[in-house]
Design a protein around this ligand. Sequence first.
Ligand SMILES: *[C@@H]1O[C@H](CO)[C@@H](O)[C@H](O)[C@H]1NC(C)=O
Ligand SMILES: *[C@@H]1O[C@H](CO)[C@@H](O)[C@H](O)[C@H]1NC(C)=O
Ligand SMILES: *[C@@H]1O[C@H](CO)[C@@H](O)[C@H](O)[C@H]1NC(C)=O
Ligand SMILES: *[C@@H]1O[C@H](CO)[C@@H](O)[C@H](O)[C@H]1NC(C)=O
Ligand SMILES: *[C@@H]1O[C@H](CO)[C@@H](O)[C@H](O)[C@H]1NC(C)=O
Length: 412
Amino acid sequence: MALGEATLCIIGILCVGHMYISYMFMYLLYQGYYNSNIQSGSYKEDSSYPLLCYFALDHDWPDTGGLHPAMNATLCSHMIFISSITQDCKLAPADPNDVTKYYNKISLLRKLNPNLKIMISNGGGNFSQVLANYENRTRFVNSIIPFLQKFDFDGLDIDWEFFGWNGLPRQQRENFTYLMQDLRTTFDEKEASSGRHYILSAAVAAGRAVMEIYDVPALQKSIDFINLMCYDFYSYALYDPVTNYNSPLYANDWQKKIVIRGGNIGWSTNEWYKRGMPKHKIMVGIPTYTHTWTLEFPDKYNGLYAPATGPGSGCDECTYAWVCEKLRSKDTTNVWDNDASVPYFYYGNQWVSYDNEKSLKLKSEWIIENGFGGIMVYSLNNDDINGTSCGQGKFPLIDTIKKTIVNHNNHL
Ligand SMILES: *[C@@H]1O[C@H](CO)[C@@H](O)[C@H](O)[C@H]1NC(C)=O
Ligand SMILES: *[C@@H]1O[C@H](CO)[C@@H](O)[C@H](O)[C@H]1NC(C)=O
Ligand SMILES: *[C@@H]1O[C@H](CO)[C@@H](O)[C@H](O)[C@H]1NC(C)=O
Ligand SMILES: *[C@@H]1O[C@H](CO)[C@@H](O)[C@H](O)[C@H]1NC(C)=O
Ligand SMILES: *[C@@H]1O[C@H](CO)[C@@H](O)[C@H](O)[C@H]1NC(C)=O
């Protein structure tokens, strides 16, 4: 594949003028290669195409006895609770109140939708301690099934951002592989004795550099699927102080011209596939939230790659409800980028990268048509949960994704 990549670059550079055509040609070749290598059909938990939705446990929410307004039991095939911690290397609730506010409502969710799969994500806590030796890994592994059984979860999602990275020892990579293998063995033993299949997934990075931490061929044997986080490709950073997109589907035109690969959904999904993750095990993650920038020269530069002095003045990861309120203002200019297949808007010195019904419909169609196993959304909480801001009912974004899936199924 390395040779293939090099060829792609050389043809890309040599064929200036015909570059777009050469890209199209190579893309089609690659597509043919991918498609001939798909081993089996889409990941199936039930008969429909998976739509996995993260739900962030809201510690400020005053329990009203019912469900939190962002918990919609019927929109998604899977609801993944974020997050939990490790205590003494064992899985534990992040907050003791999570049990009454959220875990104990699983029975209510199941009544509303008996097909819903409900998982717990583990993100918080010191995963370096868990990875540090066999004893600590075993302690973690042995704590999982009792925890899932106690609260009636259907599975575990590991979201450790990021082991073996940013100063943490590189050797954590192989210990993560051992940990996932031991979890698989334990889950398989449980299934053999009880008949219940517990799901094991991992939330993984889409960026080129961080991707190196995963031993993909080994990981793919242990997990049911990955939740590929195809967002946060760009947000304000001191070392990258220009506007850009949170979750572009394709490279924009400028990136194509200088042959930068990466930084978009198309590249990341196919890169995971090339590295050995079967397509049906790749759940492609798309966002309902924004990233925001404060423009340095708003009168001169207010498009893509405009100089910025920091994140936006209000929120950075803002909800779609917030987006709809801003878009109603006369001072707001809304732009669609056809190359990247995402919108942005600006007002005053504020610049916002976001997703709307159009971009999420196009992304969903692309994910289904390219043979990936399912769609993941981050998150339920960031949609217009009350339906009061966008004027299109509750959860207009995730509902658009769901309708795109249903519409596709009807045309098979
Ligand atoms: C193993 O886990 C315990 C907590 O259960 C922790 O105190 C200890 O430091 C860990 N070992 C290593 C080598 O990190
Ligand atoms: C996490 O555990 C590692 C290894 O035991 C230790 O070196 C580190 O200080 C811990 N980090 C925190 C934030 O407690
Ligand atoms: C990985 O685990 C082994 C024991 O299986 C341990 O000796 C090693 O120190 C661990 N490496 C890291 C980086 O935690
Ligand atoms: C949604 O409604 C709840 C009351 O059910 C309220 O507490 C919350 O602030 C509302 N959220 C938004 C974003 O409008
Ligand atoms: C769940 O979402 C659907 C689709 O938008 C909506 O019709 C329904 O009212 C929502 N249910 C709840 C409890 O919010």
